[in-house]
Design a protein around this ligand. Structure first.
Ligand code: FE
Ligand code: FE
Ligand code: FE
Length: 221
């Protein structure tokens, strides 16, 4: 950030800033997960964190591919929000002794992280559409699908704790909806076909309204 000039002038600048913010966030999350894996004693939670660490490494790789598509070097921009969320989680863990309480605290801390990621990927997908970077969208969508699936798995774990029977019968009725990988694949296919049809309008979802699109083009002009 410059002191005398503001560095984010256009929607393109905002988009790149958001990407760099998330790249930094994913890297910090990858660094924090081993500690959470170590602290978790519930096998289901430990395994869930291990799985998400592997996914997070893949997400970082996808973000690198986005930088490549934009012909920019991968670079992180400090994200005070994720630093704060992770710091709060670490501080909480250092205050807890009881194993069961620790597992519950870890679930909540992890959900705070997932929710932050979900909002950020949502914004990047919308902006990529608006700016004509349709080729980046499937990569963002693949990451978003994994964050959402992780968040849902964490919710199921906490529901099970309060009402084990209800949580079980619920998961029997609708087992896992669509796996994240399937969702990501489908999104990639769709983005490809819309990109072929009309690159400028390939926005995919969510499509900006006429009003916001007009505003954006005025801003860019
Ligand atoms: Fe992530
Ligand atoms: Fe941020
Ligand atoms: Fe995540």
């Amino acid at each position: 950030m410059g002191f005398f000039t503001k560095d984010i002038k256009t929607m393109d600048d905002l988009f790149l800033h958001g990407l760099q913010d998330l790249y930094y966030a994913e890297n910090q999350i990858a660094k924090s997960l081993p500690d959470m894996i170590e602290k978790a004693t519930k096998p289901e939670l430990k395994a869930g964190f291990e799985k998400h660490l592997a996914e997070t490494e893949g997400q970082i790789e996808r973000l690198r591919q986005v930088f490549e598509l934009l012909e920019t070097d991968p670079k992180g921009e400090k994200c005070p929000a994720i630093d704060g969320i992770l710091k709060e989680g670490r501080e909480l863990m250092s205050e807890i002794d009881d194993e069961d309480v620790m597992n519950v605290g870890l679930v909540a801390a992890a959900q705070a992280v997932e929710h932050y990621e979900i909002t950020r990927y949502g914004a990047l997908i919308a902006w990529a559409g608006e700016l004509g970077h349709a080729n980046c969208i499937p990569l963002f969508r693949a990451n978003l699908a994994e964050e959402k699936a992780t968040d849902e798995a964490l919710t199921r774990m906490s529901e099970k704790r309060f009402n084990p029977k209800a949580a079980e019968s619920k998961s029997e009725k609708k087992p896992d909806k669509k796996p994240a990988k399937k969702v990501a694949k489908k999104a990639a296919k769709k983005a490809k076909s819309t990109a072929r049809r009309s690159p400028a309008k390939s926005a995919a979802r969510p499509t900006p309204t006429k009003k916001t699109a007009r505003k954006a083009s005025r801003r860019r002009a």
